[in-house]
Write a protein that binds this ligand. Sequence first.
Ligand SMILES: [Zn+2]
Length: 256
Amino acid sequence: MLTIQAIPAFQDNYIWIIQAEGSQHVLIVDPGAAEPVLDRIKKQNLIPVAILITHGCHDHVDGINELLQHYEVPVYGPKNEFIPHITHPLSACDGVIIEPLFPAFRILDIPGHTKGHIGFLIEGNLFCGDVLFGAGCGRLHSGPAEVMFESLQQIAQLPKETIIYCAHEYTENNLRFAVMIEPKNDELQQRIKDTAVLRQQAKPTIPFTLELELATNPFMRCEQAEVMASAKKYIDQALATPNSVFRALRMWKDRF
Ligand SMILES: [Zn+2]
């Protein structure tokens, strides 16, 4: 069993710390800032053994340099993005052993938000950076919408119990958009209530299960009749494929 904890950073980022069972050894995921990570590590007497990077946005990588000054650890990250400090470039593969204390990782290529974006899957936990968010998805900084759509489809194929750790607390805002797309979705209405309770207590809405996303995230539901109808109405033209529904939703959300 792994212990996973969130370190809030900036306005709405989460830096994730993955701790091996019965050990103080930890992996640090997407350290956009070093200070909150160093604080947590010292407070809990943790021992960093590697840094994992999903993609090159500054709020995911800017803390690497300072962390390396304190801890000489390897840095695993996307092969197809230029990120200084990466010692172990990765693209889709299975069985990546970072340290014997941790189970093997599976690496997913999930481009769309950025061109080389990867995800780290370990023991049913997916660290997906800025690809899939609670009830939403990342912006398209590179490539066409189709690429992001395919990446989300790839995640949708994972076991529905998969636990998703994304990098931003955007859920509440995303739900405001989602309910406009699918006002008749009961599970979505329930999620809005549950999320409001969490946020009132200043608790993270992350992680969440893939199952919940498949039931409530419009970007994962592009083949549903109500989602298709809303997208069609917005774009005012026929949308033949889930892919084109996705493109319309993403465009709409960008202006929301
Ligand atoms: Zn990003």
